[in-house]
Design a protein around this ligand. Structure first.
Ligand SMILES: Cc1cc2nc3c(=O)[nH]c(=O)nc-3n(C[C@H](O)[C@H](O)[C@H](O)COP(=O)(O)OP(=O)(O)OC[C@H]3O[C@@H](n4cnc5c(N)ncnc54)[C@H](O)[C@@H]3O)c2cc1C
Length: 431
């Protein structure tokens, strides 16, 4: 009987509800609206505001956003990153990985302010008119899936109306997902690996050509830096930086973080200068970059174990709600965007929404679980540790310390597993 109802819907459109107007939720809304569905996005925040600092979108996710008309806006607001360089804490080059078009990909890799990316998605959602409705101050706390619909409950019961039922529901409500907690009530707090992260933005002179992302150090202390806006007339650029300091030993995610992670916890310069104050990355004086920050946020490096299932009848999880991972390899936004595409494709390809959600999960869950696990082992950043262990005080010639082919193999294996298209062998290593 149910199948008949769904067959009637074949080629027709669904009412789809999404919780969370973040990067994944909005991308899903746009992809689903472009396939003809009507989407309501419920966002817990009182207003939709562009928040955060820097974020990266890898070429395979840029392809998705471009296919939905956001390519020009990305090009205008982001930096097309052309290389990722790995260095030791003395600023010596270990590996240069060409990125985006320079790496032989069909699209750029973009480094961008998360607020700018969020604005691009909001503008694109608004262009879809009545096919996407975004409702702020609407925290979804529960989803119940029935044979032919899903019913949502809200923290504020007055939000509920006739539209709080949908044919399909997607929980894109981030690392503290209420719906994930509903389905897995005993999961508990996110898992911490003992690293604290400080993310900041500073306006400073361009470094290394203005399109380079650099990461330096090792698993005890790491500094990551990349520009997120084009240079102004004086050659200054908005630069995003991240300081990671290991304050406890919890490799693999065995600890509970000292405080609940929040994207708005302010960080202190004084916590960072003793470790990073004297570091240099090419022309960049790390101490100055940190001291001149306009914003600093503090965040424990957390993730969650891969789940045995995302889908419960007509409801599923997407983005950080499904697979929160350490921010290694620029995968947070990228994997959420890839989820959104896979979800929209599956809903188009299947007559029955339950089968569609199951197909979506089959496509996405194994790959993202693998990235969570790889990132627990430091992901492609492990090359920093490989060199640090063999040459803790630096090197005169990298080749005396490690075979460059070994480094290249680690990076390429990670990229393949994370869904990068195989790039031609353009990578070069330091002396
Ligand atoms: C305020 C904020 C700032 C961030 N800053 C950065 C940054 O600077 N750099 C970086 O790399 N990553 C940042 N992230 C995380 C990054 O956006 C995600 O890791 C990634 O893009 C995956 O996106 P997502 O849509 O799954 O999750 P998110 O982008 O985290 O979006 C989740 C959304 O769900 C909403 N929400 C939560 N609970 C509910 C609920 N019960 N009902 C309805 N809505 C709910 C949240 O308010 C949020 O808008 C930030 C996230 C947030 C929310």
């Amino acid at each position: 009987m149910q199948q008949n109802v769904d067959l009637v819907k074949m080629g027709k459109t669904y009412d789809i509800a999404i919780s969370g107007a973040g990067i994944g939720g909005l991308t899903a809304a746009i992809a689903l609206a472009d396939a003809g569905h009507r989407v309501v996005v419920y966002e817990a925040a009182r207003e939709i505001k562009p928040l955060g600092v820097g974020i990266n979108v890898l070429p395979h996710a840029v392809d998705v956003l471009s296919a939905h008309g956001m390519g020009n806006a990305l090009a205008a607001n982001a930096v097309a990153t052309e290389s990722l360089v790995f260095m030791n804490r003395f600023g010596q080059l270990i590996y240069r990985d060409p990125r985006g078009l320079a790496g032989g990909y069909g699209s750029p890799q973009y480094s961008i302010h998360r607020g700018a990316l969020h604005n691009i998605l909001i503008d694109a959602a608004r262009l879809r008119g009545s096919n996407i409705e975004i409702r702020a101050n609407a925290r979804v706390v529960r989803a119940e899936s029935f044979d032919d619909h899903v019913r949502l409950s809200f923290a504020d019961a007055s939000v509920a109306d006739s539209r709080s039922t949908a044919d399909v529901f997607v929980a894109a409500d981030g690392i503290h997902s209420a719906i994930r907690a509903q389905y897995f009530p005993h999961e508990g707090a996110a898992k911490w690996n003992g690293m604290m992260m400080w993310r900041g933005v500073t306006r400073a002179k361009s470094f290394m050509g203005g399109r380079t992302m650099a990461q330096a150090g090792n698993r005890l202390a790491k500094f990551v830096v990349y520009p997120i806006a084009k240079p102004d007339a004086s050659g200054d650029q908005l630069i995003n930086w991240i300081c990671d300091i290991r304050v406890a030993d919890g490799i693999g995610g065995t600890l509970t973080a000292p405080s609940r992670e929040s994207w708005s916890t302010p960080g202190c310069v004084e916590d960072l200068l003793p470790t990073f104050g004297h570091w240099r990355i090419d022309s960049l004086r790390v101490g100055e970059i940190i001291a001149n920050a306009t914003q600093i946020f503090e965040w424990p490096m957390v993730d969650r174990d891969p789940l045995p299932a995302w889908t419960h009848g007509r409801a599923t999880l997407l983005g950080d709600a499904a697979h929160p991972m350490y921010p290694i390899g620029s995968n947070g936004a990228t994997q959420a965007i890839l989820d959104a595409k896979a979800l929209a494709d599956a809903i188009q390809a299947h007559a029955n929404p339950v089968e569609a959600l199951s197909a979506y999960e089959t496509t996405r869950r194994p790959m993202t679980a693998n990235i969570v696990r790889m990132n627990r082992r430091e992901g492609l950043d492990v090359i920093l540790d490989m060199v640090h262990e063999r040459a803790p005080n630096g090197f005169s010639r990298l080749a005396d310390v490690i075979d460059p082919a070994e480094i290249s193999r680690v990076v390429q294996q990670y990229k393949m597993a994370a869904g990068h298209r195989p790039a031609p062998a353009l990578a070069e290593t330091g002396k």
